[in-house]
Unconditional design. Structure first.
Length: 440
């Protein structure tokens, strides 16, 4: 019964997608992020829901484009970098050491970038951008609520995990995804006018914070600390930001058990931690492999036993990349690593430019706040991702699309303000007094 309900929920919007392609993009994104079909046990578990929804959505977009009902694809710096990154992935796959394993990963990455392209064409308005951010945030935020409630019920004694066979199945990966949507949840809470909707987003943000802490992920803890400091520095009302952050930290620390602190202390004593040392072994492996193949690396799936035997200092310790930067370096060489890093830096610089450029325009305060929160999301991904092999996590690329869309929407709204005729004011007529008779 659960399988039928899940499939009905996912496939029900299909008839409406043909006339509303943007609805298909939202459903496609929701399925790819939340993976609701992974909570079934029968046919729905492996049913190609993303392929079905994506196929219908692309067909609807093609029809809309033929009828000239879509916006022009934005040719921004980030979109060019996305194209270059895909070309780098394609080049490394053509020369991959294990093409049988590389091509499926290339196909998955291509679908993610295809969804980004569809998003960039269909969401070039403020209203749609807000809906897009809400879908991204809630798709992951539900796991934050689930993890937070589970932690409260169990006293934080157990690690919180995500859905199986997904990008966020591992506790560390789930924590990173929650980190990335946490600023967006807070932003949506700030912008909503309905009281209960506002409280809902704030409550989801609070539970997500607790779920991040109870993931027992050391990388997520470092990223959360970096985001908190940046938020207090960037917030418009710094006193309120400091107070809320401090109260939230105290509340979380009261709830967590003692062995959480024991695990966090291993960050400082990493030389005695087997997990940390095996990651360093993987980092050295990635650098050595990229040094021999700077343009292609080893291709998708390069972190395997055969290549570790050739390039790793300790070949018996085979470990994933466990870093978005070393993962792209080892699998796509210095070329792919450079483009990937440039994409991340470019998005951060774009958001910083928007923040500064809109500082004195009160009508664009919503965009300035949105840029700040998207910047926090990308900082969380950069810091937390430095310890996780999630270079191909689709949420990161959706955030890049959101950055481009924010830039496009701001440009349009500023242009509209300039074109709006300003009311003209006539100077008040000067009252002429009647000449006074001149006395004799």
């Amino acid at each position: 019964m659960r399988d039928y309900l899940i499939l009905a929920l996912i496939l029900a919007p299909l008839p409406f997608i043909l006339s509303r392609p943007h609805l298909g993009v939202l459903v496609w994104m929701w399925v790819s992020l939340m993976n609701p079909h992974r909570y079934a046990w029968g046919m729905a578990y492996n049913f190609p829901v993303a392929a079905v929804v994506g196929g219908v959505t692309l067909a609807a977009i093609a029809i809309a484009a033929f009828n000239k009902n879509t916006d022009r694809f934005p040719a921004e710096r980030e979109t060019w970098l996305l194209l270059l990154l895909w070309l780098a992935f394609t080049l490394s796959t053509l020369f991959a050491f294990n093409p049988t394993a590389a091509w499926p990963d290339w196909s998955l990455m291509s679908k993610t970038l295809l969804l980004c392209a569809a998003t960039l064409m269909m969401f070039q308005s403020r209203k749609r951008l807000m809906v897009l951010l809400a879908v991204m945030a809630v798709s992951i935020g539900v796991y934050g609520v689930k993890g937070g409630l589970f932690g409260l019920a169990t006293g934080g004694q157990y690690i919180v995990f995500g859905p199986r066979e997904s990008f966020i199945g591992d506790n560390n990966s789930l924590a990173l995804a929650e980190l990335m949507v946490l600023p967006i949840l807070i932003y949506l809470g700030q912008t909503m006018t309905h009281r209960y909707v506002k409280l809902g987003f704030y409550g989801m943000a609070g539970m997500t914070t607790l779920s991040i802490v109870l993931s027992y992920s050391r990388g997520a803890f470092l990223a959360l600390a970096a985001m908190a400091m940046l938020y207090m520095f960037r917030a418009s009302n710094k006193m309120v930001a400091v107070l809320c952050t401090t109260l939230g930290l105290v509340a979380v620390l009261i709830m967590i058990p003692d062995h959480w602190f024991e695990r966090m202390w291993t960050i400082a004593d990493y030389e005695k931690d087997a997990s940390a040392m095996s990651r360093i072994n993987g980092y050295i492996f990635a650098y050595r492999l990229a040094s021999d193949f700077p343009l292609t690396g080893g291709g998708f799936g390069a972190f395997n036993r055969d290549l570790f035997f050739l390039y790793a200092p300790h070949p018996e310790i085979v470990y994933d990349g466990h870093s978005i930067f070393f993962q792209t370096m080892g699998e796509h060489g210095f070329l792919g690593f450079g483009i990937f890093t440039a994409l991340l830096v470019s998005a951060l610089l774009t958001l910083q430019k928007l923040r500064r450029g809109l500082k004195s325009i009160e009508e664009m305060r919503w965009a300035r706040e949105c840029a700040t929160m998207l910047q926090l999301s990308l900082v969380g991904y950069a810091v937390g991702g430095a310890f996780q092999p999630l270079a191909y996590f689709d949420l990161f690329y959706y955030l890049i699309a959101a950055v481009v869309l924010l830039k496009v929407v701001v440009r349009r709204e500023l242009a509209a303000q300039e074109e709006t005729p300003q009311p003209s004011f006539r100077p008040a007529a000067v009252r002429q007094e009647a000449p006074q008779p001149v006395g004799r």
